[in-house]
Design a protein around this ligand. Structure first.
Ligand code: SIN
Length: 276
């Protein structure tokens, strides 16, 4: 059976049919890697995946090495390669409820994340928004492109903790902190893209704190307030979504409180980033 992809918008996202991911072949892996670089987000319905199958699918992406989230075990998973993403009536915040890329604080960030929906809120909601960072870059004016082309920014793994819990990480907890160029090239397509996000980026190097704050805010606002670069994915149990974590960013909308949403994420690491 051959794979077919129905576009979600002209710019980003695709609903994939004609594949049983638990039986995925290396040839299908190659096809999906190319499709992911082109569409940014791939949605697969009615898939039956245990942890082993979920991890096997993830190894077709990035460098084939799985990412271990520092909080995977404390967040309730019994497998360090699987991150439980869960919000319930007792949650004070929901992971991912804000625009971000996954762990952009790492030197070799996640290339692809694969989220599998286990429990879906009965009230509906819980959609995830995605935005294309190549389109975000292309829509900027030439003077802004040339300004940011030579700049780099700090990505700090403690920032999600501060934004989620409203305080510094517990004593002894350490998170990565890395300086990345603001404009990088996509490792597969070679296209230039914006690599800053509200979840992890704290400041732009070489600017005053005032300049850094307002330039970052302008870029964040541009990403968040431009629907034509975005798509919105509606989940159901047994849906797996793969996103290109270099070429897109996402926002998981927490509009289902006090209901429960529970999903499992496996991520594949990419290589070192290249400035554009
Ligand atoms: C995440 O940011 O990894 C979670 C996305 C989601 O829950 O939809």
């Amino acid at each position: 059976m051959s794979i077919s992809i129905e576009k979600i918008t002209p710019v980003i996202g695709g609903e994939v049919s004609g594949i049983d991911l638990a039986m995925m072949t290396p040839e299908q892996g190659q096809e999906l890697r190319a499709a992911l670089a082109e569409r940014g987000v791939l949605v697969f319905r009615d898939q039956k995946l245990d942890h082993a199958a979920h991890k096997r699918v993830a190894m077709h992406f990035g460098t084939g090495k799985l990412h271990r989230h520092p909080l995977a075990l404390s967040a309730g998973s019994n497998d360090p390669d699987v991150l439980l993403v869960k919000a319930t009536a007792s949650s004070k915040f929901a992971a991912g409820d804000g625009w971000h890329t996954d762990v952009s604080c790492d030197l070799t960030p996640i290339a692809a994340s694969l989220l599998y929906m286990r429990e879906f809120p009965e009230c509906g909601g819980g959609d995830t928004l995605f935005a294309s960072m190549n389109e975000a870059y292309e829509l900027l004016s030439d003077p802004i492109k040339s300004l940011i082309g030579s700049l780099s920014a700090v990505h700090d793994g403690a920032l999600p903790w501060r934004q989620g819990y409203g305080r510094e990480p517990d004593a002894g907890m350490t998170f990565n902190r890395t300086v990345h160029p603001i404009v990088i090239r996509h490792p597969v397509s070679g296209k230039p893209l914006l690599w800053i996000n509200r979840g992890f980026t704290t400041r732009i190097e070489g600017l005053s704190s005032f300049e850094s704050k307002y330039l970052l805010d302008m870029l964040f606002h541009h990403i968040e307030a431009t629907p034509r670069i975005q798509c919105r994915v509606r989940w159901a149990p047994d849906t797996l979504v793969i996103w290109d974590n270099i070429g897109t960013q996402h926002h998981a909308v927490w509009d289902y409180y006090p209901h429960t949403r529970a999903a499992e994420r496996v991520s594949a690491i990419g290589g070192e980033l290249r400035a554009a």
